[in-house]
Design a protein around this ligand. Structure first.
Ligand SMILES: [Zn+2]
Length: 240
């Protein structure tokens, strides 16, 4: 009996031992999990880039809009041959503006986002040397601003834009970008209602944020506050 009892005690001790043995391991896992959680809190998620702020920047400084906000869409046509010049006049596709223009664009885009759409850029700041390049290809003031005088694009205060929905589909504005003709005019009311509504949404929101439009191009917006800025020839860096 004593031997049997001893055996039972041994067996219980063994089982307890077996049960107890993994416990430190479990504790270790629990500790590791909480550690990982603590560590992962301090590592920024891969798909959440950190944006720059405008703090300390003068309103006239040139900035790359994508460094400050990620809510815009881009199709920078002059960095491709898909434009009315059929020529690539930028070395790479970037959207730069002066700080004051960037601030106004972000504010306007916040309004658009609340309505389920956002700005898509066709063109932003355009260095004066590129204006000369465009003038060489198309020396017609009806289509290209004379580079000697410069345009508000050269001042970092004009943008060519449309609206896209949150899946990136363009809203129907009646014509493509850089369509030169009556159909692109703001005062052409001979268009389907949904096109007039889309243009109205674009125009009224941009105007509420300090931009004004030109009669013949539904896509072009000038920031009033940039009108007196000098023409610039700053060139953005291209990595490739
Ligand atoms: Zn324009």
């Amino acid at each position: 009996m004593r031997i049997a009892q001893f055996g039972i005690v041994c067996c219980i001790l063994f089982m307890v031992g077996c049960r107890d043995k993994p416990q430190p391991k479990n504790q270790e896992i629990e500790l590791t999990e909480s550690d990982v959680e603590m560590v992962s809190d301090s590592i920024p998620e891969k798909n959440t880039p950190e944006y720059r702020t405008f703090e300390g920047l003068a309103d006239t400084t040139f900035v790359r809009l994508a460094d400050f906000n990620g809510d815009f869409a881009y199709d920078l046509r002059y960095a491709t041959e898909n434009n009315f010049l059929k020529a690539k006049v930028y070395d790479c596709a970037e959207c730069y503006t002066r700080v004051k223009t960037a601030k106004a664009l972000i504010a306007a885009n916040e309004d658009f986002l609340r309505q389920g759409v956002k700005i898509k850029f066709f063109d932003c700041y355009r260095p004066n040397s590129v204006q000369y390049k465009m003038w060489e290809i198309e020396p017609n003031p009806q289509y290209v601003a004379n580079p000697d005088k410069g345009s508000i694009h050269n001042k970092g205060g004009a943008v060519d834009i449309t609206l896209v929905d949150l899946e990136g589909n363009e809203l129907d504005m009646g014509t493509d970008f850089d369509f030169f003709g009556k159909r692109a005019y703001h005062d052409n009311m001979d268009l389907p209602q949904h096109i007039l509504d889309n243009r109205k949404l674009l125009k009224e929101t941009m105007e509420a944020h300090g931009f004004w439009s030109i009669r013949t191009e539904w896509w072009h917006y000038n920031l009033s506050a940039a009108f007196s800025d000098p023409v610039a020839n700053f060139k953005w860096p291209c990595t490739d």
